[in-house]
Design a protein around this ligand. Structure first.
Ligand code: HAM
Length: 412
């Protein structure tokens, strides 16, 4: 029979990988906790509408990448492809507008997108994300950007740069889109065929084209930033002032595009040249002042980001934490198994770490395991009693089984 394997684009988190992930989680919890963010966990699946209405019907995520299914009662559900819409849903559902604003939440969860698997791109992946809901103050934007910068610095992510942009409100964006489409139509004969084919679908993509003649046309194309109302420009200027006040370096790239439709105003990404260009975004986010309304709530500003756990670990220069040594390794001759078992249980009950032979190895084999686990003490249960060895010096002692705890307690 053909052996069953994990689905494409998924992976198992084996223990040696779990350690470095746990270290990343601790770092994130510390940085975000200090800034007043509380942890939230939302369900793995949500009503399909939630994502269709916020992430956007026309986006790749909604069009091609969602794991959508009907449950037993025929309701359409979707494995969450991202975390912002669920968090805003929870904010509204639990009346968090009554708490002091903004409400600051963070998460470490898995997400699902049917994408083409490659290095740094999976179908089930993990994100660390942070959302601040209920304030339009530019200081919220700047603080959140700073926090992701701090996290990336703390994990030693290499070759990181911050790119900023601003999008304004949907109305100015819609008007700009029409203007850009008209401009592209006027220069159609000079554009790459694939750009022409997508003029109506996604005119902004023309800015990313590698085709030289297209690039020449785009150099003079109208820019969104020149069409934004003054209040959006002021908001963006203040975000930048605050980032400069905190000494965070950035570049503004007015052509930055992100694959989700809910963004308004501030948009940003931390990219790393340590990763391949197609997957070089460690994390990013922006403001989403219209999202709550799109799912039936009152107008509520919001801002946040998410960063990929796999990509952060790939870019991190930190060596994974090593496993701490074990307090005691309990070896035994077969006749003394129960007494040995008892000691290991007693050590663990008092908060120590103990390893016990579980595979019927010879005494010699057991002692090899003991040094592999870098145990401080080794207890060998035999007919004469327990031979207790302190591997940090001192003579071997022969002691009675019931006194082992007494001998090692206080020294661990
Ligand atoms: P996103 O840009 O779609 O934004 O994803 C954020 C990060 O998740 C990416 O920069 C990347 O590191 C990681 N990521 C995304 N897709 C994959 C994948 N298939 N495999 C591995 N890693 C991936 C969001 O999801 C927004 N919810 C961020 C946000 C929060 N905006 C406002 N608040």
């Amino acid at each position: 029979m053909k052996r069953i394997q994990a689905p494409r684009g998924t992976y198992d988190v084996l223990p040696h990988l779990a350690d470095e992930r746990a270290a990343l989680e601790r770092t994130a919890a510390q940085i975000l906790g200090r800034a007043g963010y509380g942890r939230i966990e939302t369900p793995v699946f949500e009503a399909t509408h939630l994502f269709a209405r916020t992430v956007g019907e026309a986006t790749d995520v909604v069009q091609k990448e969602m794991y959508t299914f009907a449950d037993g009662s025929g309701d359409s559900l979707t494995l969450r492809p991202e975390g912002t819409a669920p968090v805003v849903r929870a904010y509204l559902e639990h009346g968090m507008h009554k708490e002091p604003q903004p409400v600051k939440l963070w998460y470490l969860s898995s997400f699902f997108r049917y994408e083409r698997p490659q290095a740094g791109r999976f179908r089930q992946f993990w994100q660390i994300g942070a959302e601040a809901i209920g304030s339009a103050d530019p200081a919220v934007d700047a603080e959140l950007i700073l926090l992701l910068g701090e996290l990336l610095e703390a994990i030693g992510a290499s070759k990181v740069r911050l790119v900023l942009a601003t999008l304004g409100q949907p109305e100015s964006r819609a008007a700009y889109r029409e203007e850009l489409i008209a401009y592209l139509r006027k220069h159609e004969d000079q554009l790459a065929p694939e750009v022409v084919a997508r003029i109506d679908l996604n005119p902004l993509r023309a800015f990313d084209a590698k085709h030289e003649a297209t690039q020449r046309v785009m150099a003079d194309a109208p820019r969104l930033i020149d069409r934004l109302p003054q209040e959006d420009l002021d908001h963006f200027a203040e975000v930048q002032d605050l980032l400069r006040a905190a000494d965070l370096a950035y570049t503004v790239d007015t052509t930055l595009v992100r694959g989700l439709d809910y963004y308004t105003r501030t948009l940003f990404e931390f990219q790393s040249d340590a990763l391949e260009a197609a997957q070089n975004t460690l994390g990013g986010g922006g403001r989403y002042d219209g999202l709550a309304e799109a799912i039936g709530g009152p107008p509520t500003p919001g801002m946040g980001w998410a960063a990929g756990v796999e990509r952060m670990l790939m870019a991190s220069t930190q060596s994974p934490p090593t496993e701490p040594p074990v307090d005691i390794y309990v070896a035994y001759e077969p006749a003394h198994k129960a007494a040995a078992f008892r000691l290991a249980a007693d050590v663990r009950r008092t908060g120590g770490s103990a390893r016990l032979e579980l595979a019927g190895r010879s005494l010699k084999g057991q002692l090899k395991q003991a040094s592999r686990s870098r145990a401080r003490y080794v207890a060998i249960f035999g007919d004469e009693g327990v031979q207790l060895r302190d591997r940090e010096g001192g003579e071997d002692k022969l002691v009675a089984p019931e006194t082992v705890m007494h001998h090692i307690r206080g020294r661990l």
